[in-house]
Ligand binder design. Structure first.
Ligand code: FE2
Length: 340
């Protein structure tokens, strides 16, 4: 196994999801979940949503049998992917472009396959498949004012090839620092930011070792009995990835996306509204640590909570996954039936 590549991202920045109907999903994430649309690329059926935590918390791309091609013929979706709804990739935020390029060089030197390198004009990115086949993006922001960039480029294709060796990488940390976050007053759930994700893995210990060595994401809590681990990036104190050993990989390729809520509406009140709209959802937890699990229109599961994610997942992670499996099974015939 290669060692010491250690991308060591600060944190999870976004979920990029393949969806069957991008307009329907954007409406769901706006009206039900409280995210704001900030940018779209109609030529590749892509909509970006964020409340300001980073340039996008959610990238929604409509599935298609065709290739997704960006600027200059840059193919944005790996061969074979993008045909069914579910996880496209997780996007991890790096401290600086220099840290990203250093890790990229270590990966090449230690023969870790890099899938592609991309210039998004907002960020530079390195993509790779991790040891279970999940697709990851490590990105470094190259501009600080993404709102101005979006305003100037609305509707345009923005992503093309990036050569990490062409120019000297910046040493500046350009990720948003203490941003003013939008809070929807109309949505059922008042999402603050996407913060973590749960992934299925084939071998928990081998995956924990790989994530530490290659990705630089370290296990801070391991439940050997349930085969569930909580990992975090270098901006410590949160929870960025949860891994669960399972032989049954879900069709969505994602156990769940984790979303922090603004404080406000009680989860139990939100649950009643979700049920009235026939949106599959469940409450999990206790008086101290709790969350709501919701299936989106493609049955992609999201966990919404105001509880600290690390403690929530350490205590209730396996129960959350069990409840998601129950929701999947009990709504198997109602896929895409959720109404807004
Ligand atoms: Fe991404």
């Amino acid at each position: 196994m290669p060692t010491n590549v250690k991308f060591a991202p600060r944190r999870l920045g976004h979920l990029n999801l393949f969806v069957s109907d991008v307009e329907r999903s954007a409406a769901f994430y706006r009206d039900v979940c409280g995210f704001k649309e900030v940018f779209r690329e109609p030529e590749i059926s892509m909509i970006f949503m964020t409340n300001g935590n980073t340039h996008h918390d959610l990238g929604l791309m409509e599935i298609t049998p065709e290739d997704r091609v960006g600027r200059d013929g840059h193919v944005q979706v790996r061969p074979g992917a993008g045909k069914t709804p579910g996880l496209n990739h997780l996007g991890f935020e790096m401290q600086t472009e220099a840290a990203l390029v250093d890790a990229y060089r270590r990966a090449l030197k230690q023969k870790v396959p890099v899938s592609r390198t991309t210039d998004h004009q907002i960020a530079h990115s390195v993509y790779l498949s991790e040891c279970n086949g999940h697709f990851f993006e490590f990105y470094a922001d190259i501009i600080e004012d993404f709102s101005a960039f979006y305003a100037e480029n609305q509707g345009a294709l923005i992503s093309g090839h990036w050569d990490p060796e062409q120019t000297a990488p910046s040493e500046d940390a350009r990720f948003p620092k203490d941003p003013d976050l939008f809070k929807s007053n109309d949505a059922v759930l008042t999402s603050r930011n996407v913060a973590y994700a749960g992934l299925p893995v084939k071998d928990l210990q081998a995956s924990i070792d790989y994530y530490a060595d290659v990705l630089g994401l370290n296990a801070v809590q391991v439940d050997h009995e349930s085969k569930f681990a909580v990992l975090e990036g270098s901006a410590q104190g949160g929870c960025d990835v949860c891994l669960m050993e399972t032989t049954e990989f879900p069709a969505t390729r994602l156990l769940f996306g984790g979303v922090n809520l603004h404080d406000g509406k009680a989860l139990t009140d939100a649950l009643k509204v979700l049920e009235s709209k026939r949106i599959p959802a469940s409450f999990i937890g206790d008086t101290e640590l709790s969350c709501i699990v919701v299936l989106d229109p493609d049955r992609i599961p999201l966990v919404y909570s105001t509880s600290p994610a690390g403690r929530l997942m350490a205590r209730h992670g396996p129960a959350v996954v069990a409840e998601i499996r129950r929701l999947w099974a009990s709504n198997a015939d109602e896929a895409n039936a959720a109404t807004l």
